[in-house]
Design a protein around this ligand. Structure first.
Ligand code: 4AD
Ligand code: MG
Length: 461
């Protein structure tokens, strides 16, 4: 069978020839002597129009097929310039492979996103989700291509770890202990030395620490894999399982890091706009009006760079009444991030040099002793899509910081040794894959940019 995408893209080559396609009926309009079927074969966002008439010996049977039935079609490819679609197939033979039940829920009316989440096994067949998941696939490829073209090593970080990179304690514990009757230590605590790994283990919240190990051998590396957070937040931007891209670059400071993030994001947006034009046009028309113009501006202009201190000043000066008042030292809330990017700049903004008390232990301390070389990238509509930093490469400063934060240096002995054996200036960041998909498609809920979302109280499918 040929792919509908191929038939659209190379229509001149196939015109007048007999072709065979296989797919599912999206709609059908039948009259007494002829009919039209919109067939989707999964290879392409657009449907192939199948024209049939009573010359087919099973014409009546085909006419009665419910939506979503699968059929095999043979016929002539005909160019139809000037009409809605540029090609159609005049069927000479149609075989029914799987007749659908007429209770198929995706009828041609609009459904709410909430309803479609309850049928995650069928929603990839709808226009919206067909477009989202194709874009997701292309964006993943573009990310690999971006890094591989630049000689970065794809480093695989473990999914099961014994450490908490972010120090936020939002980890899913992995255990094979009988939790109704667990072994106990002398002071009455659960004895994890008797657990499967001989210590406490959890699903990774970030591959960064492993990426740093690999970077100090390969210079430039990236990870790209699933990440888990047991945050109990019911927002449209947080998932319990999400994918993260974490590059780590050596002999490189925070400026280099921001340049890399900016280049990568522009590359991915460009790649998707070039390789999924039909899908992107669909988002622009039906999900987020003006999306394409905005994305074009993003790839053609420099991202803004301001310090945290400046951001706080701007937010206070704006006089805007926030639910959480802003003051130096506070973590920026979604409403603050959105105000900066949507009201003040209307563009992506890097915010740098956050107070050390709201950031993780590994970030490089600034001269002022109060702020660290951190950067977050905030974008309109989504908020934070990247979090990164220059890493603390000085062993004594890192040790002092870990002590201050109450971290046990024995747990991080290998991380500390990276500072002992040939330490080097290095930096990296984490890009939330779902967040950039939301940004590129205009989809407003993270549950709708991943095929099978995992969020609190939701692990169906
Ligand atoms: O800002 P975060 O927590 O940074 C880190 O994990 C660093 N270790 C990254 C690094 O420097 N290598 O997370 C990075 C990004 C966020 O900016 C956000 O885009 C995404 O990961 N993210 C989430 N995406 C979806 N659901 C969640 N619960 C997320 N938590 C973070
Ligand atoms: Mg962050």
């Amino acid at each position: 069978f040929l792919e509908v995408k191929d038939l659209y893209r190379n229509k001149e080559e196939y015109a007048g020839k007999t072709v065979k396609v296989a797919g599912w009926i999206r709609t059908s309009r039948m009259s007494k002597n002829f009919g039209f079927i919109e067939l989707n074969d999964g290879s392409f966002f657009k449907n192939m129009q199948i024209v049939l008439d009573e010359k087919l010996d099973n014409f009546k049977e085909i006419g009665k097929l419910p939506i979503s039935s699968s059929i095999l079609v043979e016929g002539e490819l005909v160019l139809t310039e000037g009409s809605k679609q540029p090609v159609e197939i005049h069927a000479t033979n149609i075989v029914v492979e799987g007749e659908s039940d007429s209770s198929y829920p995706l009828q041609k009316k609009r459904h709410t996103m909430e309803y479609l989440r309850t049928i995650a096994h069928l929603r990839p067949r709808s226009n919206t989700f067909s477009a989202v998941f194709r874009v997701r696939s292309l964006a993943a490829y573009a990310i690999h291509k971006f890094f591989q073209d630049r000689n970065f090593v794809y480093a695989h970080s473990p999914i099961i770890t014994g450490s908490d990179c972010e120090g936020a304690g939002e980890m899913f514990r992995i255990t094979t202990l009988d939790l109704e009757n667990p072994p106990k230590t002398e002071d009455g605590k659960i004895d994890y030395s008797q657990d499967f790994f001989g210590k406490e283990a959890n699903l990774t919240v970030s591959g960064q620490l492993n990426a740093e190990i690999m970077a100090l051998a390969f210079r430039n590396v990236y990870t790209f894999g699933p990440t888990f957070r047991a945050e109990n937040s019911y927002t449209g931007r947080h998932a319990s399982e999400f994918w993260m891209i974490e590059p780590e670059i050596v002999f490189a400071d925070l400026e280099d890091n921001m340049e890399l993030a900016e280049d990568m994001i522009k590359y991915v947006i460009n790649y998707v706009m070039e390789n999924a034009p039909e899908e992107m046009q669909f988002f622009n028309n039906f999900i987020d009006k003006g999306l394409l113009e905005r994305l074009n501006n993003v790839v053609n202009s420099d991202f803004i760079r301001i310090t945290y201190t400046k951001a706080v000043e701007l937010l206070i000066e704006s006089g805007h009444k926030f639910e959480y008042p802003v003051e130096w030292g506070c973590d920026l809330q979604t409403e603050h991030e959105r105000y900066l990017t949507e009201e003040i700049y209307k563009a992506p903004v890097f915010v740098t040099d956050y107070p050390k008390d709201i950031k993780a232990f590994y970030m490089r301390m600034n001269e002022d002793g109060k702020t660290v070389r951190a950067m977050d990238l905030l974008v309109p509509g989504v908020g934070e899509i990247v979090g990164g930093s220059q890493r603390e490469e000085r062993e004594d400063v890192l040790l002092a910081r870990m002590e201050e934060m109450g971290l046990n240096k024995e747990d991080y002995w290998w991380y500390l040794e990276l500072r002992k054996y040939g330490t080097a200036t290095h930096s990296g960041f984490g890009l939330g894959f779902e967040r950039i998909i939301m940004y590129m498609t205009g989809m407003s809920n993270i549950r709708d940019v991943i095929p099978f979302p995992r969020t609190p109280k939701n692990a169906e499918f």
